[in-house]
Design a protein around this ligand. Structure first.
Ligand code: F6P
Ligand code: MG
Length: 278
């Protein structure tokens, strides 16, 4: 596992440099969801693939930017699901973006997840590793990730990050979000799930939601690359993650790009979501 973390650190440093200095324009390709890929999406994906290909312990990888799994080493143990550059369309307005990694063994359901890691490329580069607990590291001048602190969610927070197109929200969802704001919660939503979820984790708690809507009945966020890794991080930090009714980590996708509605938060907010959706 440690060598996978080291490969992620090397990838993060290379991706950070690409974000800072490369062309931010579009390529001529589309990914399996139909999004036009930025040149930076493709480059970040290649960097990660190159770094993971060096490790015999990795059996295969599955990227948000590719339709199918990429086999690496037949005798490998781990499968890694990753989103190389989440929120990449925010780079041209200079907002924070991230990379997300789920390290799986024996399959790609929530139950097969062994560790989750994400990187935030913001004013500073930060790395969060969730295994038995959740640890925050920050990149220093020498190119090393220095341990900063353990991340632990409070029972109840103050932030609300409500995703998806509001005109497509179910009335019960709208009523719940309105009620949360009426209780004094503050709106925090950049449109990048990595910085939005990172902010809630570091400010002690709150709720991030990407519900089922009339335009995307299964939500937008992909289970293997986005939803499972963050569900793992939130649970290990003492919070919860559900799809409305069920625990996210009990779900299994039938296709690598399957999505799920998702709610991540501290426990008090997730209890509110359960009451709304039961
Ligand atoms: O990967 C999808 C993504 O860019 C996430 O980072 C983000 O949380 C979400 O889309 C934002 O979607 P919307 O603009 O529909 O709220
Ligand atoms: Mg993404």
């Amino acid at each position: 596992m440690q060598e996978i973390i080291e490969a992620i650190k090397r990838s993060a440093i290379r991706i950070k440099e690409a974000i800072e200095f490369d062309d931010t324009g579009y390529s001529e390709n589309t990914n399996s969801t139909g999004d036009t890929q930025l040149k930076l999406d493709i480059k970040s994906d290649l960097i990660i693939e190159e770094e993971f290909a060096k490790l015999p312990c990795i059996k295969e990888i599955v990227s948000e930017e590719k339709e199918d799994k990429t086999p690496l080493h037949v005798n490998g143990i781990y499968g890694i699901g990753y989103d190389p550059l989440d929120g990449s369309s925010l780079i041209d307005v200079n907002l924070s973006v991230g990379s997300i990694f789920g390290i799986y063994e024996g399959g790609y359901s929530g139950a097969h997840l062994k560790a989750a890691v994400y990187v935030v490329y913001g004013p500073r580069v930060e790395l969060v590793i969730a295994m038995d607990d959740v640890k925050l590291y920050r990149l220093n001048k020498k190119g090393e990730f220095v341990f900063i602190k353990d991340i632990v969610l409070k029972e109840k927070g103050k932030l609300n990050a409500p995703g998806a197109t509001q005109m497509g929200w179910e009335p019960r969802h709208k009523a719940m979000i309105d009620a949360i704001f009426m209780d004094g919660y503050r709106l925090r939503y950049s449109g990048g799930m990595v910085p939005d979820l990172h902010q809630i984790l570091l400010k002690g708690g709150g709720l991030f939601s990407y519900p089922s809507t009339s335009d995307v009945p299964n939500g937008k966020l992909r289970m293997i690359f986005e939803v499972f890794p963050f569900a793992f991080v939130y649970e290990k930090a003492g919070g919860s993650a559900i799809d409305g009714k069920r625990r996210i980590l009990d779900l299994s996708p039938s296709h690598p790009h399957d999505t799920a509605p998702c709610f991540f938060g501290s426990n008090a907010e997730i209890e509110r979501v359960k009451k709304c959706y039961e």
